[in-house]
Write a protein that binds this ligand. Structure first.
Ligand code: NAP
Ligand code: MG
Length: 408
């Protein structure tokens, strides 16, 4: 093709592992590089490379996103004991997502890809419900004590550099029980709030935030207050202008309202609520392979990825020479999300419209009945429905994209 669409600035490309690494290559070769004149700064986060570089490559990739602002990431293995053996690793390296999230101080937002022949289990939902989970503190960074018998359970804060300690009794135990201490920091909550307001504004959806503030009058009320202050100080005017609202409500009330809503909002949640609710939402939308994920940093960095993992079982089949039917939708949308953001920041609308055309081509393939095995199980039955292999699905998207681009 002669006239490729020019992507002005660099995209940070972060490669990964197993089946997603195989599909990553296909998506680039078949769906992107033939149409785009794009420069990527490539970081190989394949497990072997992380091990060879003592995980330096992960830190380099995060720094590159800080520099170029926009990145796209393939799924990566988070090593456990079995992986240490399988890949003969020097040590059990940390989750790359954790490292990158920590360095960018970001929040992960997830949103489903909707197609008209895979109706959500909740029939009222018409628009995507986006979820933002605060991924710091609370029960995930707790201390716990198993109480063996009678005694006093206390919470104590000792100020640095002297001053009187604050001490409260949690429970005077008369017998065995359990005790837990949790924390959060204003700085982390504030970063979370900034990321949420940024993302909702960016996606042009209302922001809902919910906590148990009626019961937890210091802990959860602090979350509520920090969000309120962030809204009043930095967003109120912008939101009014854009016709968007910020809505705070009790978590119970939010759950009830979400079920009855048509969707189309960002639901911001504390760490535990987000953990649970994101799994509920993912399953009610059909397949993990139809869920996108983006890390948004309050400093204006964006990293796009698929919500699913490396699809290990399919990869082992692939290694044995078996053809797989693995869904590349979330990976494709990670790239289009990244391209749309790059185009928006660069002021290049043709890059944005290319990404939108690619999304349409991918959606239409499924809506016309061409789908991978995971979707055959959840799609509305239709005589046109046909299960295709990994490569075949991508070829079908290429066909439709070419029609849209006016290429024969
Ligand atoms: P997974 O890769 O998400 O896959 C779990 C199962 O979900 C698959 O076996 C498959 O079901 C189905 N599935 C997921 N994505 C699919 C797709 N694109 N197309 C078709 N089916 C899909 O989770 P996992 O097997 O538990 O984890 C594998 C590795 O991924 C682990 O090493 C983990 O550390 C890593 N991981 C990475 C990330 C990340 O980088 N963001 C996230 C999660 C996990 P069937 O086998 O029934 O077909
Ligand atoms: Mg969970």
């Amino acid at each position: 093709m002669s006239d490729k669409i020019k992507v002005e600035n660099t995209i940070v490309e972060i490669d990964g592992d197993e089946m997603t690494r195989i599909m990553w290559q296909m998506v680039k070769e078949r769906l992107l590089f033939p149409y785009l004149d794009v420069t990527t700064e490539y970081y190989d986060l394949g497990l072997k490379k992380r091990d060879d570089t003592d995980d330096r490559v992960t830190v380099d990739a995060a720094n590159a996103i800080k520099k170029h602002k926009v990145g796209v990431k393939c799924a990566t293995i988070t090593p456990n004991a079995a992986r240490v053996k399988e890949y003969d690793l020097k040590k059990q390296w940390r989750s790359p997502n954790g490292t990158i999230r920590g360095m960018l101080d970001g929040t992960v937002f997830r949103a489903p890809i909707l197609v008209n022949n895979i109706p959500p289990f909740v029939r009222k939902w018409k628009k995507p419900i986006h979820i933002g989970r605060h991924a710091y503190g609370d029960v995930y960074k707790n201390q716990e004590i198993r109480v063996e018998g009678p005694g006093k359970g206390e919470i104590v804060f000792t100020p640095e550099g002297g001053g009187e300690a604050i001490r409260k009794t949690i429970m005077d135990f008369s017998g065995p029980g359990i005790l837990q201490g949790i924390h959060n920091t204003n700085q982390s909550i504030s970063s979370f709030a900034k990321s949420c307001f940024t993302y909702a504004y960016d996606q042009k959806v209302d922001l809902w935030f919910s906590t148990k503030d009626t019961i937890s009058k210091i802990y959860d009320v602090t979350f509520r207050d920090i969000f309120e202050e962030e809204f009043e100080t930095n967003w109120k005017e912008k939101y009014v202008e854009a016709g968007l609202t910020y809505f705070f409500t009790l978590i119970d009330d939010a759950v009830a309202r979400i079920m009855k809503s048509e969707g189309g909002m960002l639901w911001a949640l504390k760490n535990y609520d987000g953990d649970v609710m994101s799994d509920m939402l993912a399953s009610s939308y059909g397949s993990l392979a139809m869920m996108t994920s983006v890390l948004v940093s309050p400093h204006g960095y964006f990293e796009y990825e698929a919500a699913h993992g490396t699809v290990q079982k399919h990869y082992y089949k692939h290694l044995e020479g078996e053809k797989t039917s693995t869904n590349s939708m979330a990976l494709i949308f990670a790239w289009t999300g990244c391209l749309k953001k790059r185009g928006e920041l660069d002021g290049t609308p043709d890059v944005v419209s290319f990404a939108e055309m690619l999304e349409e081509a991918a959606r239409e393939s499924i809506e016309e009945g061409i789908m991978t095995g995971d979707l055959m199980l959840v799609a509305a039955p239709h005589p046109n429905n046909r299960k295709v292999l990994t490569e075949e699905f991508i070829d079908e998207v290429v066909k439709r994209l070419n029609v849209k681009m006016g290429i024969d």
